[in-house]
Design a binder for this molecule. Structure first.
Ligand SMILES: Cc1ncc(COP(=O)(O)O)c(C=O)c1O
Length: 357
């Protein structure tokens, strides 16, 4: 049996006719960038995420970059973020000439608020926590400092209260995300009308009207084709996330007490983008699963503070021991909503047989 980490063909099969119609509608409209399709998606996404404004952009990476730019962060500024995330979480800070300041993580893999607060200096301009694997971090605690928070919600669309307490939350519609486009896409959520306006300006080269540039922005625009696809998929997100949650609950029950496994906690509102367990024998478990047709993935094999491009920031191995341990021990197993019962049973049996041959 084969159990892929993600099965988009199963997700798309029942939606295929609707997707074809949506794509045809955009082709016939002749409007391919922003426009009515994107505006309609923004309204629907804002409603689903309980945000006053949704500004759709070209990717989750550009959502982060636009958010950092919207706060006017630049050279000489510092942004405190997690060492255990996808690269874009930190690169958006470096790309505006500011300094990413890395903090360690807690047992939930998320930014440790205590450690992050301890790294505040007079140059700190914002916190950038990540709702890693779909679970929100302690945004309220960070926001209580008075500094703005940008919540990287790339993996957490549908998580309860995403963005609450934050100035902005960002989303990614990379195809493998809980809500995936047929290509790249992203969005920034905010309740602040002035920030939303700034984001819209930045998204289109800072121009308003066309050819009058108030600020140096970028081309962060979402394609109408992607917006049309996302509009077909968005209504299904709550039920897809519910299936992820049920799969996670099944794993938690079936794998409790197995070997040295540490299982992710079942906190309410979790979007379960990934089910990430920990074991001191991670690589051997991964090989065992591969032999049985079960795909798994290492998110992330090395921490951000030790990436070669950040060497000039001066971090060395051992600086953030919990993030570094997570890189050695964490393993994501398939939790996607299109798993069938036999596949889930096979995942469980395969994990169990590694620890009790
Ligand atoms: C935590 C996190 N931040 C940012 C991104 C960047 O999103 P994108 O791939 O849409 O640029 C991703 C996804 O790849 C992510 O997982």
């Amino acid at each position: 049996m084969r159990v892929p980490l993600l099965d988009l063909s199963r997700q798309h099969a029942p939606l295929r006719a609707e997707l074809d119609l949506a794509l045809a509608r955009v082709i016939d409209s002749g409007r391919f960038i922003l426009g009515a399709e994107v505006e309609a998606f923004e309204a629907e996404c804002a409603h689903l995420c309980n945000a006053a404004h949704c500004v759709a952009v070209s990717s989750g990476t550009d959502a982060l970059l636009a958010a950092v730019m919207a706060l006017g962060i630049g050279p000489g500024d510092e942004v405190i973020t997690t060492a255990f995330s996808f690269f874009a979480t930190a690169s958006c800070v470096a790309r505006v000439g500011a300094r990413p300041v890395f903090a360690d993580v807690g047992p939930d893999f998320n930014l440790d608020a205590e450690d992050a607060l301890g790294r505040v200096t007079p140059r700190t301009r914002a916190f950038l926590p990540v709702a890693l694997f779909g679970r929100r971090g302690d945004v309220a605690r960070l926001a209580a400092s008075g500094l703005p928070v940008i919540e990287d919600g790339a993996q957490a669309i549908g998580a309860a209260d995403l963005g609450r307490g934050a100035a902005m939350a960002t989303l990614s519609f990379f195809p493998s995300k809980n809500l995936g486009a047929l290509g790249d896409g992203g969005a920034v959520l905010t309740d602040d009308a002035a920030l939303a306006d700034r984001l819209r300006l930045l998204r289109a080269h800072g121009s308003r009207p066309k050819y009058t540039h108030h600020v140096v922005g970028g081309n962060f625009r979402l394609d109408a084709l992607q917006a049309a696809v996302l509009r077909v998929k968005l209504p299904h997100l709550p039920s897809w996330n519910a299936r992820r949650r049920a799969n996670a609950a099944l794993y938690r029950e079936a794998l409790a007490g197995v070997g040295d496994l540490a299982l992710p906690a079942d906190v309410s509102g979790h979007a379960w983008h990934q089910f990430v367990l920990r074991t001191g024998r991670r690589d051997a478990l991964r090989a065992h699963l591969r032999e049985r047709g079960v795909e798994s993935e290492v998110y992330y094999p090395s921490p951000l503070h030790l990436q070669p491009c950040f060497a000039s920031l001066g971090s060395v191995a051992g600086d953030l021991p919990r993030a570094e341990a997570a890189c050695r021990e964490a393993l994501a197993i398939p939790v996607h909503p299109d798993l069938d019962d036999a596949q889930k049973e096979h995942v469980i049996a395969s994990v169990r047989s590694f620890f009790s041959p």
